[in-house]
Design a protein around this ligand. Structure first.
Ligand code: FCB
Length: 424
């Protein structure tokens, strides 16, 4: 008997800029050309040309869904002008998945943005939510008949954090208050998009779409269990990082005392929530003014003993996925793991990682939490943003010199679970 519900979605994810290759029209390309990433993405995995071959491999691994993203900059290279050839390309991508029996889970924006949008102020612009939702409207008109599951945005807080606090991603700024403005615009962008996709697919295609977003989640523990200050900052950071964005959309209100008190046009603009989960961090209090009150991530050596770490030094902490699913149950919405994965040199670690995390997913499901799918990050080794190509997350190994694909053993282990729904 299967350990997972009937019709459970099993698959893996990619995102356009990380795998497609050869696109010069977005912010990341420019950033890479300015030498600000570890290395340029170049041809990446040539997935733009090889998507059929890659989807065949996913099918052979018993996946029944696939998450990928539309490249906004290819589809709308100039504001207001949709490139018909690119539109046809993504239709073909979706139809290919459908023919193979893989449910397409379509992310509309996975970090990379068109240069024209970037240059006019990206998500800082007050009308950025409208600019984005105009694009979304066109996508719903074109693709609404072919797509059932939409993800408006991937990890909006990570985008704001890396681009506007850490300065490691475009636009490379470091301004806490500006990051809050960006977050506010991303919340509005999601809500406007949610409304538009619903309206268009109902009217034009007489069907009801399912729309969510992929929320980056992370578990935080206090650096020093006994320190009240550390525990306070940890709780606050946990709440801000994991719940603030979702809670704002659920309640229809963006509220940060003294900063925001904004009302959204609707409440509960979600049909499901996508959970991206990787790791846990330790937090130390560093003061009580904003933003110090959120503490800082502690990198002291003593925490290294707590759990194994991946190639990027992120702690492997499967129980955290259960913790997050339990907490997210409060939103009373279907949940799907839209990313969970490991970069590792030893592929045995990947197989163990997947099984250990699936055990936690099963534990949550057994307690009645409605999880309807698990999507591993990633189908292929790919371009890991500022870290370049060295982290290997793929179920399938990519030789970047020859573009040869090699199925890893962990992919075969996972394929067995996808087929039987059984962890043993
Ligand atoms: C997530 C991103 C994804 C990939 C993985 C490792 O935060 O959504 O693009 O970089 O991390």
């Amino acid at each position: 008997m299967s350990d997972f519900p009937k019709n459970f979605l099993w698959g893996a994810a990619t995102s356009s800029h990380q795998v497609e290759g050869g696109n010069k029209l977005n912010d990341w390309w420019e950033w890479e050309m300015q030498g600000k990433a570890k290395e340029p993405s170049g041809e990446a995995c040539e997935h733009y040309k090889r998507f059929k071959e890659d989807f065949d491999l996913a099918k052979g691994l018993n996946h029944n869904c696939h998450r990928f993203s539309l490249e906004w900059s290819r589809l709308e290279p100039e504001q207001g002008k949709i490139d018909e050839k690119e539109m046809a390309h993504y239709k073909e991508v979706i139809l290919t998945l459908r023919e193979l029996g893989l449910e397409p889970i379509v992310t509309i924006n996975h970090f990379s943005i068109p240069l024209w949008f970037y240059r006019s102020g990206a998500w800082e612009q007050p009308d950025s939510p409208h600019i984005f939702s105009d694009f979304v409207e066109k996508m719903a008109e074109e693709l609404g008949g072919l797509v059932d599951y939409w993800i408006t945005l991937n990890e909006p807080l990570v985008y704001a954090y890396q681009g506007y606090i850490m300065g490691k991603w475009p636009p490379g700024k470091s301004d806490f208050y500006l990051s809050l403005k960006v977050i506010k615009n991303l919340i509005f962008a999601h809500v406007f998009s949610y409304e538009k996709i619903h309206l268009i697919t109902r009217q034009r295609y007489s069907k009801i779409p399912r729309i969510g977003l992929s929320k980056h989640t992370i578990v935080f523990s206090p650096c020093n269990e006994k320190s009240l200050k550390d525990r306070f900052s940890t709780a606050l950071r946990h709440n801000m990082a994991n719940h603030f964005f979702i809670k704002s959309i659920m309640t229809g209100k963006i509220f940060i005392p003294g900063i925001f008190n904004e009302i959204l046009p609707v409440k509960r603009a979600f049909d499901f929530i996508g959970v991206n989960y990787y790791s846990r961090d330790f937090v130390r209090n560093i003061g009580f003014s904003a933003p110090k009150i959120l503490g800082e991530v502690c990198t002291l050596l003593h925490h290294r003993e707590i759990g194994k770490r991946n190639f990027l030094d992120w702690e492997i902490y499967p129980e955290g996925l259960y913790v997050i699913l339990k907490e997210f149950a409060r939103y009373k919405l279907p949940l799907i793991i839209t990313e969970n994965g490991i970069c590792a040199e030893d592929d045995n670690e990947r197989a163990n990682f997947i099984l250990a995390h699936l055990k936690e997913v099963k534990r949550a499901i057994d307690e009645g939490i409605p999880v309807f799918g698990y999507i591993y990050w990633s189908l292929l080794d790919n371009f890991e943003w500022d870290k370049g190509f060295s982290p290997r997350f793929g179920l399938i190994e990519v030789d970047y010199k020859t573009q040869e694909r090699k199925i890893r053993n962990s992919a075969i282990e996972y394929a067995r679970v996808c087929k039987t729904g059984n962890l043993k």
